[in-house]
Design a protein around this ligand. Structure first.
Ligand code: ADP
Ligand code: ZN
Length: 645
């Protein structure tokens, strides 16, 4: 029994009065040795990350917690470590509520690989399997049970929990993806609303709720609906320092994507988000034809195909998935190296959630987006034409504006992203603008010319035009349309010959982003807004990023390259060969055990092995991610693979 619990047996603690919880807390809170022992020998990690230690200590001592941590922050350990330590102390089983079958299976697979007795109950199991698991649970042998919320609230399951509770063998409730309780979020699950009964029925069992959703409304909902008023709130920074943010101007988006993948992510797993199902399918086909194996995923595929594609993405190394936003929640794959957007997301929340699926393992990852004038126009129109009320549209427009400002930014993108979520920070050094500060130019005069040209159209014959015609007029091009409308007679005809078409297009886009121009109607015509007035009067300076020079097709030389992401640390040729050999060995084991490769060992762990090239089990045990169980199961094998090289 770990020292922090000495003198108490499980029954006493499991059924103790609230004041006793506190007493245990005082004994265990600082640098808990039981927790550290679990972290080291079960998970093979040497130190806790960020707030993990405080959270684990708090929960281990029997207190409630609400944990807000970004994706990849390490939420699982926050309840798994206390669950294991409390089980070791004789406190019984931890029940983990999780909304997704795929997630449960992965978590349980990972725990079993690490030698922790865990199981899940869901609709995929037959009656016999269910009974076996129930027996394990009722005996108190099981450490963690994962269950869907609807199962948890069945009379049968509640009766079983009652029995455990009375015997002091119900240790902890962990409520994962706690934002599902909020009706405002897009992941709302009716069954989560029932979970407040846990507190009413088992008041002495501590609860930990976890989510990666940061906004205030959701947080308030979770606290209220799960009755967590007394819980301590742990809020982590939402920064994801290992993700590099890059936004490129759309030129030829497909070619740009291909160059990005070939130059920076050859052989890597990643997600390419597209707006429409059709585009998803075309993109997957096109990537595959170009030598990058890719699968489609969208809500229109038949369920079997969709499931198969998702499984392959999770299990195989280096697959790309082209997807609509339907693909996302529950993608727990830690080694997604890039998330690319071929179309503009709806708003910053969506962008951050989607890009957050990259680099959960903490290794360098990339969020890449190509965006152009058409994206801006489309998103505006989708809002304008939606049947929603005016107030809702106003909010949506505001959110889109914030995203556009991020895309057009010439300063640190991370600073802007974090500020949007209420966090102040310093330039990050790991976004395109920090690495390659874009040149800016004073576009005030050009903006004035452009806006007054729009004004003249209107003045001349009350008509509006789209950006193509506007740019022709500014550049003094005589087209049929120019002749038809006598636009060569306008004072603004040809006043913009000094700038190229590309520059004008970029200016139109940025003026829309700034809210000086508004796109309207079926033909995407442009109209001035109130915000254009100070610019026209010369009262505000318009400082804009210089448009990227027109590049040779598909070449994107304005960006520096990210460190080769398939190898998480810099490996010399020998170490790289060892890394490849270890990956091949891992693939075999994963096939044998029928689990995703990353459940055997993550890339970071294999890379460290390749780098250090241990020759003894003792040395191997020092590698981060090698716990006692895995050392025993695979140690000799790994040493052999390393020796062969
Ligand atoms: P989340 O659920 O918050 O998205 P996970 O729990 O999946 O994050 O953890 C993300 C990754 O970080 C996992 O690969 C996990 O193994 C790793 N990790 C978590 N905590 C630690 C730690 N203390 N030391 C090393 N790696 C850790
Ligand atoms: Zn930056």
């Amino acid at each position: 029994m770990p020292p922090s619990f000495s003198g108490m047996n499980g029954k006493e603690i499991g059924g103790m009065a609230p004041s006793l919880h506190k007493a245990v807390g005082d004994m265990t809170l600082s640098g808990d040795p039981a927790a550290l022992a679990v972290l080291r020998d079960v998970f093979g990690y040497s130190v806790f990350r960020g707030q993990q230690e405080a959270i684990v200590g708090h929960v281990l001592a029997g207190n409630d917690a609400l944990v807000l941590m970004p994706t990849g922050g390490g939420k699982s350990l926050c309840y798994q470590v206390p669950a294991i330590a409390r089980h070791r102390a004789g406190l019984g089983v931890t029940v983990v509520v999780s909304p997704l079958i795929a997630l449960m299976q992965d978590q349980v697979g990972a725990l079993e690989e690490a030698g922790v007795h865990a199981a899940f109950l869901n609709s995929t199991l037959d009656g016999e399997a269910v009974q076996r698991i129930e027996r394990e649970m009722m005996s108190g042998r099981l450490v963690m049970l994962y269950a869907a919320p609807e199962r948890l609230t069945t009379p049968r399951f509640l009766a079983q929990l009652d029995s455990l509770y009375q015997r002091g063998l119900l240790s902890l409730f962990a409520i994962d993806e706690a934002h599902c309780v909020s009706q405002w979020g897009h992941d709302f699950r009716e069954d989560y609303l029932q979970l407040n009964l846990l507190h009413e029925r088992f008041p002495r069992v501590p609860r930990i709720a976890l989510t990666a959703t940061a906004d205030d409304t959701t947080r308030a909902d979770i606290i209220e609906r799960l009755r967590l008023e007394e819980a301590r709130l742990f809020i982590s920074s939402f920064d994801r320092p290992n993700i590099r943010y890059t936004v490129v101007e759309k030129d030829n988006a497909r070619a740009q994507l291909l160059a990005f993948l070939r130059e920076e992510h050859a052989g890597d797993a990643g997600v390419v988000y597209c707006q429409s199902r059709k585009k998803v399918e075309e993109t997957a086909e096109w990537l595959t034809a170009n030598g990058i194996p890719a699968l489609p995923y969208h809500a229109g595929l038949d369920p079997a195909t969709r499931q198969r594609n998702q499984d392959r993405f999770l299990r195989e190394d280096g697959l790309v998935i082209a997807a609509t936003i339907a693909f996302g929640m529950g993608i727990d794959k830690p080694d997604v190296r890039f998330v690319a957007h071929l179309d503009l997301p709806k708003n910053i929340e969506a962008y951050y959630q989607e890009t957050g699926r990259a680099g959960r393992d903490g290794l360098p990852a990339h969020a890449w987006m190509a965006y152009g004038l058409a994206d801006v126009v489309n998103q505006r129109r989708m809002i304008d034409e939606s049947p929603a009320g005016e107030e809702f549209k106003r909010v949506q427009r505001g959110k889109l504006d914030a995203l556009l400002a991020l895309a057009e930014a010439h300063d640190c993108r991370r600073v802007r992203l974090l500020r949007y979520f209420g966090e102040e920070s310093q330039p990050c050094g790991n976004c395109d603008n920090c690495i390659n500060p874009p040149e800016t130019w004073d576009a005030s005069e050009a903006a004035r010319k452009l806006l007054s040209c729009v004004y003249r159209f209107r003045q001349q014959n009350g008509q509006r035009f789209g950006s193509g015609h506007l740019i022709d007029v500014l550049r003094g091009k005589v087209t049929d349309k120019v002749t038809q409308f006598n636009h060569d007679q306008l004072s603004t005809f040809g006043i913009g010959k000094d700038l190229g078409e590309n520059e004008w297009r970029s200016l139109v886009r940025q003026l829309i982003a700034l809210g000086c121009l508004q796109v309207e109607g079926e033909y995407n015509t442009l109209e001035l807004t109130g915000a254009a007035r100070p610019v026209l009067r010369g009262e505000t300076t318009v400082l804009l990023r210089k448009p990227a020079p027109v590049k040779a097709r598909g070449k994107d030389r304005t960006r520096t390259r990210a460190p080769s992401p398939s190898a998480p640390v810099t490996l010399d040729d020998h170490a790289q060969a060892r890394f490849e050999a270890l990956k091949a060995w891992r693939a075999e084991i994963a096939r044998e055990h029928n689990v995703p490769a990353y459940l055997v060992f993550q890339n970071a762990t294999l890379a460290e092995m390749a780098l250090v090239a241990p020759t003894t089990l003792g040395q191997l045990a020092q590698v981060s991610g090698v716990g006692a169980k895995k050392l025993e199961a695979y140690g000799q094998d790994i040493l052999r693979v390393l020796a062969e090289d």
